[in-house]
Design a binder for this molecule. Structure first.
Ligand code: NAP
Ligand code: HSE
Length: 402
């Protein structure tokens, strides 16, 4: 089999290494000889070391004409020109295995259809939750399972940052820099801290769990922008950890809806112990109860493992195509608890504004830096403050003041 690669950065170089290391076993399983023929990169003068360097080119024409590829592993940043290259490859009947979640989130539907039309596959297990084979599980072993909700800590960088800030009192800028150095963060880390990276991933999971791509506006998104250190510390004092959580479920019309945002996760909830670069994905349904998947969510080796296993799985067996059965939430579950933080100067204004909207404050506590209000709101309600969804019950932890 002729293998091609696009990208030889954190993920690409680990994919190359993983193929070299497990070549013999893969060849035995696939009953074929495997050769990486050519690698497309942006800059040949990067001073890369290793065998992969000898196979690099910056010329797309040269890359695409080097041979007839059986599969190309795509691990570059952003939509263009990855989209153009992927379309050209799939049109020729070449399978593409990608780690590029932004591209899949924006054009996955079209690219999957194109692959089918040309008798090949477009596969993206490595796009979501690093080493966790959640995409493959939803496509194959959970193919006919009724899923009511799917949620997760899907961004390794921010989970690493929040863990370091909470447990070791480190600063935001210091831990962001470290996440970049460790190869966890995106080329532009704004995608991580603004919640976009998790947003791309929950879109992909929604499609797999509920059978259709969510409308852009159906998944709300906030990131770490409004988070302050004192809020993290106060949450911790009450047995909560602050984490960027993404979740999606089916509305009563059968359409996926959801959100990405910082949440207060109580220590009784399975996400509480998902720390550092680890990701966690919770799949809920009537028959399955709660299925929790955890594992390394970012980094070269973890992602490369998913890329390679995704390829091997596709080559060894044809997938059961997922025929999702999605159940909307019951009325009983329609309300959720949220925390609202207010700075010291704004305490009475926030209180007043919540009251004006007819929102009951279940718990209110004052702190040196400001106040914390726990409210119950419909999922759709809009407030002019960041809402931190609460996982686990707050009221059991704190006395009622209202
Ligand atoms: P990276 O280290 O920045 O590597 C990107 C690679 O793409 C580089 O080798 C770069 O070439 C190449 N490239 C960029 N623009 C190109 C162009 N126009 N033509 C040809 N090659 C081009 O990024 P990464 O961390 O490996 O991430 C790659 C992809 O995987 C991204 O889509 C990311 O979202 C996704 N991903 C990353 C992780 C992770 O933990 N890092 C995990 C899952 C998914 P040069 O080397 O010459 O600059
Ligand atoms: N930047 C991403 C993260 C890489 O931190 O989760 C893995 O998709």
């Amino acid at each position: 089999m002729n293998l091609g690669m696009i990208g030889l950065g954190t993920v690409g170089s680990s994919v190359f290494k993983r193929i070299e290391e497990s070549k013999e076993e893969m060849q035995r399983l696939l009953k074929a000889r495997l050769d990486v023929v050519c690698i497309l990169v942006k800059d040949r003068d990067k001073g890369r070391k290793g065998k992969g360097e000898l196979l690099t080119t910056t010329d797309w024409e040269l890359f695409s004409e080097a041979c007839t590829y059986d599969v190309v592993f795509e691990a570059m940043n952003g939509v263009d020109p990855a989209y153009t290259y992927t379309k050209a490859l799939l049109t020729r009947g070449t399978a593409v295995v990608t780690a590029n979640k932004k591209l899949v989130s924006e054009h996955g539907e079209e690219l999957e259809e194109l692959a089918q039309m040309h008798g090949t596959y477009y596969s993206y297990d490595a796009c979501v939750a690093g080493a966790i084979p959640i995409v493959s599980a939803l496509k194959s072993t959970l193919a006919t399972t009724d899923v009511a909700r799917i949620s997760g800590i899907l961004n390794g960088s921010t989970n690493y940052m929040l863990t370091e800030m909470t447990e070791h009192g480190r600063s935001y800028s210091e831990v962001l820099k470290e996440a970049q150095q460790l190869g966890y963060a995106e080329e532009d880390p704004t995608a991580d801290v603004s919640g976009y990276d998790a947003w791309y991933k929950i879109r992909i999971l929604s499609k797999l769990a509920f059978g259709s791509w969510p409308q852009e506006e159906a998944i709300g998104r906030t990131g770490l922008e409004s988070l302050h250190h004192w809020q993290v510390q106060i949450a911790r004092e009450h047995g909560f950890s602050m984490k960027l959580v993404a979740e999606a479920e089916c509305d009563t019309n059968g359409k996926p809806v959801g959100r990405v945002g910082v949440a207060l996760v109580h220590r009784s909830h399975p996400f509480y112990s998902v720390s550092g670069v680890t990701n966690g994905v919770l799949v809920e349904g009537e028959d399955i109860g709660e299925l929790l998947f955890t594992g390394p969510g970012a980094g070269g080796a973890a992602t490369a493992n998913s890329v390679v296993e995704d390829f091997v799985l596709h080559e060894r067996a044809s997938y059961l195509r997922r025929s999702p059965r999605a159940t909307p939430w019951s009325e009983r579950e329609a309300k959720q608890q949220y925390a609202v933080f207010s700075s010291r100067e704004d305490v009475s204004a926030v209180k007043h504004s919540l009251g004006e909207r007819g929102i009951t404050i279940h718990v209110a506590r004052s702190y040196e830096e400001g106040a914390l209000f726990v409210i119950e709101a419909e999922r759709t309600s809009h407030l002019p403050y960041p809402l931190y969804r609460i996982y686990g019950e707050f009221e059991k932890q704190m006395e009622h003041t209202h």
